[in-house]
Write a protein that binds this ligand. Structure first.
Ligand SMILES: *Cc1c(COP(=O)(O)O)cnc(C)c1O
Length: 426
């Protein structure tokens, strides 16, 4: 028996379901989750010391690979000066200045400790700013686990087939309106049915929580126009895309301006960090400047800040990283397409930059409905085949894969070979 099986049994005695975040439990793909021990560069090592090529990258943050030396060194040095002060530090200013210098449309930025907190705070701010209650989100988009967002919320919730979420009051759920991703006319309809009632529209500009789904041409721009016309705060949830698609995230890559932007994942280099920021007129409604309350004992934590700061600075100074990541991901895409085509497999690959997902499907994957009509059992078989071959894909068909620049072309070739082996035998 491998150690992960024993650890999972033990974990379930004191941790609900044996995990501290549901998707880790492998419920969607079946089997036992792999317990990790350490990681370096592109590789994870499990409790038995088995090596895996990592395509999750801690769901995004490890964009330059695990245990990235400059980040580890910076943490080591910083932590000796105490782990928290509960008072402001110069490092927080440097972090804010760095972010503002990298991303468009962010005049002011507030640090928090998770993507959930960032999105939850952005919505409260939009409500306070507009004096309106309702928000629009898209089916299959995930914005963290705050009550308002657990309506048609993608991967985690989809994986567990929870339709109406117990614990979320009807009042809260009623203030969340949903539309299908890429369906501009559905948004127009919601807006005209709820004229003057909608505070914010929040979207993953490239969706990563129902597999990777790309915005169709004109979609994000169309939403921009609706929001401007109707006085709705346009929020880009860049928790996945921020600092991954480009130094300036999806706003830069896709040339769309948002009013508020939320960050997480890459921004903390693997430490618990999130942030929300945007236009000055909106952001200055936040306490202590304004009356919209938002706070955090560990917000701007020095150890977390130095980790994120060191990684972001590296990304800013070496924009060629994004070209290299793009080339590697394109190489993987082409390799996968070749073996899938040669074997007559029905599939769709969606990709932008270093976000990519493979769906076993003969129809285009453009929204949550089309994603859920793909051959999910086949993906689950594929997942386990790859895992057995030392390749760690997200344990759900509803997740984007994330590449790191630590991946070598030999790693990519190994991944393509293992996929070829799978399609020949299934
Ligand atoms: C992961 C994620 C979140 C939530 O971030 P946490 O740090 O897990 O709270 C929010 N939005 C998107 C798009 C995400 O992928």
């Amino acid at each position: 028996m491998n150690k992960s099986i024993a650890l999972f049994e033990r974990a379930q005695r004191t941790i609900p379901g044996g995990v501290n975040s549901p998707v880790r439990a492998f419920k969607s793909v079946g089997g036992t989750p792999i317990f990790m021990q350490k990681a370096k560069g592109a590789y994870l090592y499990d409790a038995d010391g088995k090596r895996y090529i990592d395509y999750i990258c801690s769901w995004g943050p490890m964009i330059l690979g695990h245990a990235y030396e400059p980040v580890i060194e910076a943490i080591r040095e910083k932590v000796a000066d105490s782990t928290s002060f509960g008072a402001p530090t110069e490092l927080e200013i440097e972090m804010a200045e760095l972010i503002v210098s990298m991303v468009p449309n962010v005049d002011l930025i507030r640090m928090v400790s998770s993507g959930t907190e960032a999105c939850m705070s952005a919505i409260r701010l939009a409500r306070g700013y507009t004096g309106r209650n309702k928000i629009i989100k898209f089916e299959g988009c995930y914005h963290g686990h705050a009550d308002s967002f657990l309506v048609k919320a993608g991967s985690g919730v989809a994986t567990f087939n929870i339709q109406a979420v117990p614990g979320v009051t009807g009042g809260v759920a009623n203030d969340t309106l949903t539309a299908a991703y890429n369906d501009l006319s559905a948004v127009e309809k919601l807006v005209s049915e709820h004229k003057g009632e909608i505070a914010a529209l929040i979207i993953e500009p490239v969706a990563g929580n129902m597999g990777c789904i790309l915005p169709e041409p004109g979609f994000l721009q169309g939403l921009r126009e609706i929001c401007t016309r109707e006085g709705i705060v346009y929020i880009f949830d860049e928790v996945m895309t921020g600092f991954r698609l480009a130094p300036g995230g999806a706003q830069e890559k896709l040339h769309i301006d948002a009013d508020l932007v939320t960050y997480g994942k890459v921004i903390g280099a693997g430490m618990p960090v999130g942030a929300f920021g945007g236009k000055k007129a909106i952001m200055q409604q936040i306490a202590p400047l304004g009356s919209v309350y938002q706070a955090g004992t560990l917000s701007g934590n020095p150890v977390a800040m130095i980790a994120g700061y060191t990684l972001l600075k590296e990304l800013k100074q070496n924009p060629s990283i994004y070209r290299e990541l793009e080339e590697k991901t394109a190489y993987l895409e082409t390799g996968l397409r070749n073996v899938l085509d040669e074997n007559g497999v029905s599939y769709k690959i969606n990709r932008l930059g270093s976000m990519i997902s493979l769906h076993f499907s003969n129809h285009a994957i453009t929204d949550f409905k089309s994603a859920s009509e793909a051959d999910i059992p086949k993906f689950n078989q594929y997942f386990h085949h790859m895992l057995a071959h030392g390749i760690y894909l997200p344990p759900s068909a509803y997740e984007s894969w994330f590449l790191s620049n630590a991946l070598s072309y030999a790693d990519l070739d190994e991944t393509i070979r293992a996929t070829a082996d799978f399609v020949r035998n299934h």
